[in-house]
Write a protein that binds this ligand. Structure first.
Ligand SMILES: Cc1cc2nc3c(=O)[nH]c(=O)nc-3n(C[C@H](O)[C@H](O)[C@H](O)COP(=O)(O)OP(=O)(O)OC[C@H]3O[C@@H](n4cnc5c(N)ncnc54)[C@H](O)[C@@H]3O)c2cc1C
Length: 467
């Protein structure tokens, strides 16, 4: 779309000329994320204060201009790609930490602060904020909340939905709202905080977040368990999750991932290794031995080939080296792979992995799986070259069957990467029509003109339209 003539001057007056990008070459960088999608925004603006966000939203609302909130664009599902044109509102310069309150175990931040900046300040006071995406050095808290992003720690400490007390936000009509509480308990009114978290910028622009902090554990131990086959590893995952010592990481890699690590690194793995678990437990130092013993007992079964516990920082590093060798190995083999992040109940992991093997053979696609096994959140990697149209077509067909399999196993399409653009057309397979109808009404209440991140998250009602 092209913007009405007076919009750019009005935004320059509101924000300052240095906060508005008009040149196509500058705008280009704000038109893509870590998916394969791309589109050119008509304008890119930066806000540094809440009041500016209100002004930008009101102007876009008045003129029906699409408005796409953006953190650092590291998302993998195209949620920041401006498919309908309009204005990209980057929050990356709105990055102050407004308040650190150790006595109340909370931190109040603006949305553009990076995850690692939050962790650094929290650590100075003996705390951490549990959400730990691997991209933490660059991604923003706003992006973390809008996608409900997480990492290995989620198995014990939860995702942003469990670790945010309240929000300040601006709805699609420019209304300013405060949601939630500053306390660790509270039940007054509907829970708008958790509604906005995970809404991918489609309901409101988040301008402030009150993060719930957790005290750092005194001690941590790392274990690695290698199994002859994935069924034994999955049995161990269920056993570990069913005893009282909840691990703070329970990561899994499958037989193909092990083959890749073996081929592309010096990691020493038993010849017949069929699956590997990385397990971490944290807690009081005095309880560590007992905790490690309990988790080790649960990890043992007939398929266990090797169980090692690290006794020094160097040994911890050596055990994690296997898992860390995987990402570079995958990048070498298939730099443009498709990476999904499906979730199934922990007990269904074996059926998922068996099914993925079958689909890979059926569609002639190599599929490598790893992920956060304690949550049943498996990263399914289709190793393809998307520049080969035949392979891409086979991958698309395979992916549709992967999603069908996941739903058949009572799983969900995404655990942390979100829906955005790329999974939007599969959502109606997971969510029933009545619930989708309610969600569309909620969208209309928050954003009556549909300007906030149009074409994302919810399936299109009129399928003849593409965005
Ligand atoms: C190398 C790499 C590793 C990754 N590892 C992980 C991982 O371990 N776990 C994981 O979950 N993800 C991971 N990701 C994905 C990504 O980093 C996360 O989704 C992250 O939270 C996105 O943050 P961002 O600031 O880049 O947000 P963006 O990509 O800019 O935006 C993401 C979504 O948030 C919305 N948004 C942004 N700011 C606001 C706001 N203030 N108000 C309302 N909506 C807003 C956008 O509209 C969009 O819908 C990884 C990505 C990369 C490239």
């Amino acid at each position: 779309m092209s913007l009405p003539n007076h919009i750019t001057p009005a935004l320059i007056t509101l924000l300052g000329a240095e906060q508005v990008l008009t040149e196509a070459t500058d705008r280009l960088a704000y038109g893509y994320d870590n998916s394969r999608e791309q589109a050119l925004p008509d304008l890119v603006v930066f806000a540094t204060r809440h009041e500016q966000v209100v002004g930008v939203v009101k102007l876009c609302h008045e003129h029906g201009i699409p408005l796409i909130s953006r953190g650092r664009g590291t998302g993998t599902t195209g949620a920041t790609v401006p498919v309908s044109g309009g204005v990209v509102l980057s929050l990356e310069r709105m990055n102050r930490i407004l308040r650190m309150a150790p006595e109340d175990r909370l931190m109040v931040v603006e949305p553009g602060v990076t995850n690692h900046a939050v962790q650094a300040l929290a650590a100075e006071h003996g705390f951490f904020w549990p959400p730990d995406p691997t991209s933490g050095a660059v991604c923003t808290v706003g992006g973390n909340l809008a996608y409900n992003s997480a990492g290995p720690r989620a198995v014990k400490y939860g995702t942003p939905r469990e670790n945010v007390l309240g929000l300040r936000a601006v709805t699609g009509s420019g209304e300013e709202i405060r949601t939630g509480v500053y306390t660790t308990k509270g039940v007054v009114g509907y829970d708008l905080t958790r509604l906005l978290i995970g809404s991918e910028g489609t309901l409101a622009v988040i301008t402030e977040a009150t993060l719930k902090l957790t005290p750092q554990a005194q001690s941590k131990r790392t274990l690695q368990a290698i199994y002859a086959d994935m069924h034994s590893a999955a049995q161990a995952v269920s056993a570990i999750m069913a005893q009282p010592v909840v691990p703070c990481a329970l990561e899994f890699i499958d037989h193909r991932a092990i083959e890749m690590v073996r081929a592309h690194s010096r990691a020493e793995l038993p010849e017949n290794a069929g699956a590997l678990l990385m397990i971490e437990v944290d807690g009081p130092e005095a309880a560590m031995e007992e905790m490690v013993a309990a988790v080790s007992a649960a990890a043992r079964n007939d398929g266990l080939l090797r169980l090692q516990a690290a006794n020094s920082a160097a040994e911890v590093k050596a055990l994690w080296a296997t898992r860390q060798a995987l990402s570079p190995a995958l990048r070498n083999v298939a730099p443009k792979k498709i990476n999904e992040d499906v979730v199934v109940p922990v007990s269904r992991i074996p059926e998922l992995i068996d099914g993925l093997d079958r689909l890979g053979r059926q569609h002639d696609i190599t599929i490598v799986n790893f992920g956060h096994a304690g949550n049943g959140n498996i990263h399914v990697n289709l190793l393809i070259n998307p520049d080969d149209p035949a392979e891409l077509a086979r991958a698309d067909a395979c992916l549709a069957e992967v999603f069908a399999l996941v739903l058949q196993l009572q799983g969900t399409l995404s655990g942390e990467h979100g829906v955005g653009l790329v999974k939007r057309d599969f959502v109606a397979q997971e969510i029933d029509a009545a619930s989708l109808g309610l969600m569309r009404q909620v969208k209309t209440v928050f954003d009556p003109r549909g300007i906030l991140n149009p074409g994302k998250t919810l399936p299109l009602e009129d399928t003849s339209r593409t965005v």
